[in-house]
Write a protein that binds this ligand. Structure first.
Ligand code: NAP
Length: 306
């Protein structure tokens, strides 16, 4: 594949930035990959394992001369990072981000984008519960969707080039507006994470009385919750603080349905439960048919890393 950006700067060197570096390198999509992170420790690890071609101490040094700048920090840190890079961007460069929430990131970053620089927000729908500079892998984006959220009036060539980058890293790409993105992700990712955090929290309380039986006899359902609930606390705190409205809307719906199921159990309404579970099973089948998961036992996790 041909080089799409001569120099790429990654701000943040965690799971997503690290995976992007490895995927871009493997596909030959970038001339040089430069990166920086907040802590000296992360920068040292990135240097040690050769995660990028060059690690810089500061954000201005990293974005100097870069054709593409990727903001890969927690959503709550996007604004301060954008402010730090703003005066050092190359004219004609593209700035993108990988944040899990789009409206709040656009509000925080757009005011810092100078005239003549393109800002094209994006969100790869791919992740694991791991974080940090050692957690990335080149396959993370393969067959996963990346949503690009172009702002009105953005140069179509800048959008097309970013699309080509994500496709080159193995993703399928769709475009969507920011408000719709935040609602879709509240349903498919943010609310489920909150439910998993809650379920594991409840079980953690139980454990005190049942002497670690929860862990010992943890069945597949609970094990899956614990995997999700092990996700990075900073990232997820920021997701809920910044995608507040959509998450609350979905949680309202969730609570209503939970009450309806609770009522069906209390009244012994088996038909209600059976119909409900039949409908949810269809959704699972749809996800498998769309190639977004596997029907293998334990979700095929023995074979797949994400
Ligand atoms: P991560 O592994 O925790 O990495 C975050 C990186 O950001 C770290 O290198 C951290 O540096 C750096 N950082 C944090 N605050 C900073 C600041 N103020 N200035 C400079 N660097 C800073 O996180 P991740 O999973 O890659 O997530 C990055 C972004 O991708 C988030 O916006 C998240 O919403 C989004 N995303 C995540 C997933 C997922 O499943 N994980 C999926 C899609 C999108 P230190 O190590 O030095 O603290």
């Amino acid at each position: 594949m041909s080089v799409l950006y001569e120099r790429v700067a990654l701000i943040g060197l965690g799971l997503i930035a690290g995976s992007m570096s490895l995927a871009m390198r493997r596909a030959g999509l970038a001339g040089e990959i430069v990166g920086t992170a907040r802590s000296a420790e992360t920068r040292a690890v990135a240097r040690e394992i050769g995660l990028v071609d060059r690690v810089t101490e500061t954000i201005p040094e990293a974005v100097e001369g870069a054709d593409l700048v990727v903001l890969a920090v927690p959503v709550g840190a996007m604004g301060e990072v954008a402010a730090a890079m703003s005066a050092h961007l190359k004219p004609g460069a593209t700035v993108t981000d990988v944040g899990s929430v789009k409206r709040a990131v656009i509000e925080a970053v757009a005011p810092h984008i100078p005239e003549g620089v393109h800002f094209v927000p994006a969100h790869p729908i791919a992740g694991t519960e791991h974080s940090g500079p050692r957690s990335g892998f080149a396959e993370l984006f393969r067959n996963r969707w990346c949503l690009i959220v172009p702002l009105e009036g953005t140069d179509p060539a800048a959008v097309a080039r970013l699309r080509a980058l994500w496709e080159g890293m193995g993703s399928r790409v769709d475009e969507m507006d920011a408000a719709h993105h935040d609602l879709v992700l509240a349903v498919t990712s943010h609310a489920p994470h909150l439910i998993a955090y809650t379920m594991v929290g409840v079980a953690d309380d139980l454990r005190r009385v049942t002497d670690s039986e929860v862990i010992k006899y943890s069945a597949a359902g609970f094990r899956d919750f614990t995997r999700i609930a092990a996700s990075d606390p900073t990232m997820w705190r920021d997701v809920f603080l910044t995608n507040k409205d959509a998450t609350l809307e979905i949680l309202g719906r969730f609570t209503e349905e939970l009450f309806a199921l609770q009522r069906a159990i209390r009244l012994g309404d088996g038909q209600h439960l059976f119909d409900y579970f039949t409908r949810t099973r269809e959704i699972r089948r749809g996800i498998i048919e769309a190639g977004q998961d596997t029907a293998a036992p334990d979700f095929g996790r023995g074979a797949v890393t994400s």
